[in-house]
Structures are given as structure tokens and as C-alpha cells.
Design a protein around this ligand. Structure first.
Ligand code: ADP
Length: 637
């Protein structure tokens, strides 16, 4: 916790930079354009549904006013019946249209919600691997997703703002149309209120009403802005909660949790620390709700009520003074309330655009992260002769942000169909070597060639298509076994079963309750099976075999296997690798004895190459030293 309680905590508490409204509006438009490309239907349905929803009250208000005017005036039964029937018919039709449009909008929204995180996920998957690995990128991604988790700030918020905008625009336009005559109809000359006819008096009344609406919205917006400015604190609070809130449910930690009473000693004190959690009882948010935010919200509501009173007063006074009949009182009060409601909604939506601006900045900063790796266009041609030759030519590599060389002047060629072992102590650069081979990183110096051409010039997907790798930290999915092996929902069942058998999983497969359809783990299926580390390793190997790529790489599976099991897997693998070029990585030399060529890594460099026998015979070499150290370890009783 030293890390999170010191400087970082202070950093996280920083308030987001204030942006100009024009900037926020530009960001909001960009988000709308992005969503529009994804779902034009959402925008069309929202526009129509909001327009219909906003217009409906005006139609009802206008028709009701006609009925009341008739009741207070001519009282003609036939005309009354006509207005009543029209009101019922039109209201019913509008309700039907409104319902249908709302359903359409709901459908489009659900479709959009299903791909709500797609822009972020797509970006994460297409970013250079080196970028994904960077702490700053992880922090930014985490900030963007926490903002969304907290109150939908960022891209999602723009989807909430759009319907408000449509509704407000139509409501304001309709309101102006229906209330225009309220201000233009003069009181009869001689009325004690005739002074209200003067343009100045009208302007003053109108200005007072607009000012009250604007002040009410400003208070509401200020409260929202104050809330949104807590986002960085909330991100930090969510991180704490995400890290410590669910430890008790993590079965892999159960033993540690009990042994060291971590729940009582670590989690609980952190989770109840008021400084850490925005949402804790008595925490920052609670204090603000009782203070500043509460006050602003209350003021906003009070001003809105004052404005409604003013509308009633003005309309009733004009009617009392003889400007119009009682039927129009209903129309004017109703439509003026709608008009000012619309103005308030518009200001509120603009306030949301403002409050969301800094969150969109973070989102677009993430989406705009550049890829620095050169994107080649050459295809690797699916050669039937599998005649692929890879060569490292004087390759050196430093991890981004590191000043230490992880690889230094590496020169090596893979002979087609051969078995190459990469051995060496921990931290000597073996995994880095494989990551460069798979073009997850570009070399800092030197070049890697495939059939004589720099691998950067190949189309990335084509290039990685020629490799099957079982990474040290591979991951399986909580999905059916067969789908894990094939990496697809539709697959060749015979081939998947054959690959599992080749990987030594045949007996276990026979014992699986639903064969290839048995789910791994219990996350999504109560009948799922738990598998051991060694079994998972075999499934991962079957997955690599199913891909049937010309190069196959096995990165030291030592975490899951004992030395004997590892040697067995390597020997079996050698048999099934067939005509493929196989690369084995291990720090256990005995596992790789059978290989045609062994490259010994030390401190990022290849210090020796040769066959096992030749290397053991070189008494001055590192391999000899390591071999005897390990042999001694296993032969001592
Ligand atoms: P090996 O596979 O032989 O155990 P690695 O290739 O994993 O060794 O590591 C080689 C060196 O590169 C080590 O010094 C290690 O600390 C460093 N290294 C590995 N991964 C990273 C990374 N993502 N960022 C910075 N340094 C790294």
C-alpha cells in the first residue's frame, strides 16, 4: 500500500483540467459522429421519438384549450363533441406513435449498448504490444473505464445527452410557437394592466423568466460539475474497491487470506478508510451532498418553482385584464411551462456536455494513442513446402523505458524442420527472444528476417500466422474444451480430439463428462471441470497443434510441471512436431538434450551454440557448468 497511499494518491486526487465549452462541444460532436457510424438507427429513432414525445403535450394542451374555450363560451354541444372526439383520437394516436417510436429507440439503444465497450476493446487489441505493456497506457485505460463505471462519463454520457438535446430543441420550438401570442396579444386599452402591453414591460417579464430558468439550470449544472470533478478520486476509490473488495471470493487466495488474516488485517481497514473511498459513509461524497451539492440542487429546484409561479401570475393577470379567455389560460400556462422546461433541459444538456468534456479528453487520448510499429503489407504466402527461414541479424533490444539491454547482438538462424533449444538462467533473455521472434516488439537494433526480408515488411496478421506459441503465462477460457483448442465456436471436432490426444490429454478427455463440450472451469457452467496446471499445459499445447503453423514454440512450462513431466512433454512434443520448426525454451537443460541445436543465453547474449554433447564437452563453457550443477541436483540422493 506504500505505493497507493503516498504520492500516487495525491496525483489521483488532482482535479480534471477545466476546458472551454467550445472544446467540450467539439469532443462531444466527435463522439456523436463515432456512435453514428456504429448505429445511425439510434440517432434516427431518438430524434423521432424525442420529437414526438416533446410535441405530444402541446397538441393535448391546444385541444384542451379549445374544449375549455367552448365550455366557457358558445357551449355548442356539437362543437364540444367534435373537440372532445378529436382530443381523444389525436391523443390516442400520439400515444401509439410515441410507444412505437420508444420501442424502436429502446431496441436501437440495446443494440448499441451491446457494443458499448467495443471502441475501447478494439483499440486495446490493435495497439502495439509494447504500448499495452506500458504503465501509463494501463493507467489511462483504467481511468477511462472507471469514469464510465462511475457515472457513465465519457462516450456513454454522450448517448444520454443526445435524447435530451432532441427533446429540448423540439420542446423549445413548440413552446415558442404556442406562447408567441401570449406576449403579442394586447390587453384592452383602459385596462388597469394595460402597461403590460408596452414592449419594455414585456421584455422585462420575459427576461426575468429566462433569468430564473438560466439561474436554476446554472445551479443544477454547477452541482453536476462539482460531482464530476470527483472522478479522479472515484477512480482511485474504485481501484481500491476492485483490488480489495473481492479478495474473499478469490478461491486461489483462500489459504493466504486465512493464514495471515488478510481480511481483518488489511482489507477491512483499507475499505473503511474515508480518505480512500469516495463513497464510504461520511466520505467526501456524503459530505458534499449534505453541503455544497445539496445546497445547489435545492436552489435550482426553488428557482424553478419561482419561475412557474411567475408564469402563472403573468398569464392569469393578462386573462383577468381581458386579453384572452379562460381556455387560453390553460394553453399558455401549459405551453409556457413546457417552453421554460425545454430551455432548462437544453441548458442542462449543455452543462452535461461541459462536465463530460474532460472525460472525453481522456477517452480520446486513449483512442488516439499512436502505433509506432511499421505496418507492412507483404503476405507470407501460405507455402505448402513450409519453407520458411528466420534469421536474427545482430539483434539488440531494450524494453521501452528501460536503459538495460535485454538482448545484445543476437545472431541466429533457424534451419527448417529443426529443433532448437534456447536455454539459460532466469532473466537471460529467452522469453524476450521469443517475443521479438513473434514481432510483439521491434528490435532496438539489428533486424529479423523471414526468407531474407525484414519481418516488419510483412502484414502483421500474416506473419504471426506462421507461429504457434505456448507462452509461459498462457491463458485458457472458461468455455468448452473443444472451443479452447480450436480458438473458435465452429471447429473440426476430429482434429481437436486428435490434437488433444497428441498432447497427451486422451485419457483425461475420455473421462470428461461431455467430451469436447465440457466447459473448463466453473465460471459460466456449474458442470464445468477444474483442471490442474499440467492438464492446462496439455490443452494449450493441443491449441498450438490445432493451429498447425510451420513454427511451434514452447516457452518453459516449469511453473506447472515437475522436471520429469517436463522432459516427457518435450520428448512427446518432438515426436508430434513432425516437419515443423520447433523451438523449446527451458532453464532445465535435461529437457532439451534431444535438440539439434542448443543456444545458450546469458545476460541477453547467446554465449554458446551447438549440440548437447558438444556443449557438455566444453568444460570452460556456461552449458557445462549449468549441466553439472543441475545433474548434481537430480542425481544426489
Ligand atoms: P528469461 O525468459 O530468460 O527468464 P526474460 O526475457 O523474461 O528472461 O527477461 C530478460 C530481461 O528483460 C530481464 O532482465 C528482465 O527483467 C527484463 N524484462 C523482461 N520483461 C520486461 C518488461 N516488460 N519490461 C522491462 N524489462 C523486462
Amino acid at each position: 500500500m506504500a505505493q497507493t497511499s503516498g504520492k500516487e494518491k495525491e496525483k489521483d486526487k488532482e482535479k480534471p483540467a477545466k476546458q472551454s465549452f467550445a472544446h467540450c462541444w467539439k469532443q462531444n460532436l466527435r463522439a456523436w459522429k463515432m456512435w453514428f457510424r456504429q448505429s445511425p438507427g439510434f440517432f434516427a429513432s431518438t430524434l423521432l421519438s424525442s420529437a414526438c414525445g416533446a410535441l405530444a403535450p402541446y397538441v393535448t394542451i391546444w385541444l384542451s384549450a379549445r374544449i375549455i374555450s367552448e365550455l366557457s363560451g358558445g357551449r355548442d354541444p356539437q362543437r364540444l363533441a367534435f373537440w372532445a372526439a378529436l382530443t381523444v383520437g389525436v391523443t390516442a394516436l400520439l400515444a401509439l406513435a410515441n410507444g412505437a417510436l420508444k420501442r424502436w429507440m429502446g431496441y436501437e439503444r440495446s443494440r448499441l449498448m451491446a457494443v458499448r465497450f467495443k471502441p475501447l476493446a478494439d483499440k486495446m487489441l490493435t495497439l502495439d504490444y509494447a504500448e499495452v505493456d506500458r504503465q501509463e497506457v494501463y493507467d489511462l485505460y483504467s481511468q477511462v473505464s472507471q469514469n464510465d463505471n462511475w457515472q457513465g462519463f465519457g462516450l456513454y454520457q454522450t448517448l444520454l445527452i443526445f435524447p435530451d438535446f432532441c427533446k429540448a430543441a423540439v420542446q423549445v420550438a413548440g413552446g415558442i410557437g404556442f406562447t408567441l401570442t401570449l406576449f403579442l396579444t394586447d390587453l384592452p386599452a383602459g385596462s388597469p394592466l394595460a402597461f403590460l402591453n408596452s414592449p419594455l414591460a414585456l421584455l422585462a417579464v420575459l427576461a426575468a423568466m429566462v433569468a430564473a430558468v438560466a439561474a436554476s439550470s446554472a445551479c443544477g449544472n454547477k452541482a453536476n460539475l462539482t460531482m464530476s470533478q470527483q472522478a479522479s478520486l472515484s477512480t482511485f476509490g474504485n481501484r481500491i474497491f476492485g483490488t480489495f473488495g473481492f479478495l474473499a471470493a478469490d478461491t486461489k487466495r483462500s489459504a493466504d487470506m486465512r493464514m495471515y488474516r488478510q481480511q481483518e488485517n488489511v482489507c477491512r481497514p483499507i475499505m473503511s478508510d474515508r480518505d480512500m473511498l469516495l463513497f464510504a459513509p461520511g466520505g467526501t461524497l456524503a459530505k458534499m451532498s449534505k453541503g455544497r451539492i445539496g445546497l445547489l440542487m435545492g436552489l435550482s429546484q426553488a428557482l424553478s418553482a419561482v419561475m412557474t409561479c411567475a408564469v402563472y401570475l403573468f398569464v392569469c393577470l393578462k386573462s383577468w385584464g381581458g386579453a384572452f379567455d379562460v381556455g387560453l389560460v390553460t394553453q399558455y400556462v401549459g405551453s409556457a411551462t413546457q417552453l421554460f422546461g425545454g430551455i432548462s433541459l437544453l441548458l442542462q444538456a449543455l452543462g452535461q456536455v461541459r462536465a463530460n468534456g474532460s472525460f472525453l479528453d481522456a477517452t480520446f487520448r486513449f483512442l488516439d494513442l499512436p502505433n509506432h510499429m511499421y505496418q507492412g503489407t507483404l503476405t507470407t504466402e501460405k507455402r505448402s513446402d513450409r519453407n520458411y527461414l528466420v534469421e536474427f541479424r545482430d539483434v539488440s533490444f531494450r524494453y521501452p523505458g528501460s536503459d538495460r539491454w535485454a538482448l545484445r547482438h543476437v545472431n541466429v538462424k533457424f534451419r527448417i524442420g529443426s529443433r532448437l533449444a534456447v536455454v539459460g538462467p532466469n532473466g537471460s533473455g529467452k522469453t524476450t527472444f521469443i517475443k521479438l521472434l513473434c514481432h510483439l516488439y521491434d528490435p532496438t537494433e539489428g533486424e529479423i528476417l523471414l526468407n531474407g526480408i525484414d519481418i516488419r515488411k510483412y502484414r502483421y496478421q500474416d506473419y504471426i500466422g506462421i507461429f504457434s506459441v505456448v507462452f509461459q503465462d498462457f491463458r485458457l477460457l472458461a468455455m468448452p474444451l473443444g472451443e479452447n483448442v480450436a480458438g473458435a465456436a465452429e471447429y473440426d471436432r476430429d482434429r481437436a480430439a486428435r490434437c488433444l490426444a497428441d498432447a497427451g490429454f486422451e485419457t483425461r478427455l475420455d473421462a470428461m463428462p461431455k467430451g469436447l463440450d465440457t466447459s473448463l472451469y466453473k465460471d459460466l457452467d456449474k458442470d464445468g471441470v477444474e483442471i490442474s496446471g499440467g492438464e492446462a499445459q496439455k490443452i494449450a499445447i493441443a491449441r498450438a497443434l490445432y493451429k498447425d503453423a510451420p513454427f511451434i514454440v514452447l516457452d518453459e512450462p516449469t511453473a506447472a510441471l515437475d522436471p520429469i513431466a517436463e522432459a516427457e512433454i518435450y520428448a512427446r512434443f518432438d515426436a508430434i512436431a513432425g516437419d515443423k520448426t520447433a523451438i523449446y525454451i527451458s532453464h532445465r537443460l535435461s529437457s532439451c538434450k534431444f535438440c539439434d541445436e542448443i543456444a545458450v543465453f546469458d545476460q541477453g547474449a547467446i554465449v554458446q551454440t551447438g549440440s548437447h554433447d558438444a556443449l557438455v564437452a566444453d568444460a570452460a563453457g556456461l552449458y557445462h557448468k549449468l549441466w553439472h550443477a543441475q545433474a548434481q541436483y537430480y542425481t544426489r540422493s
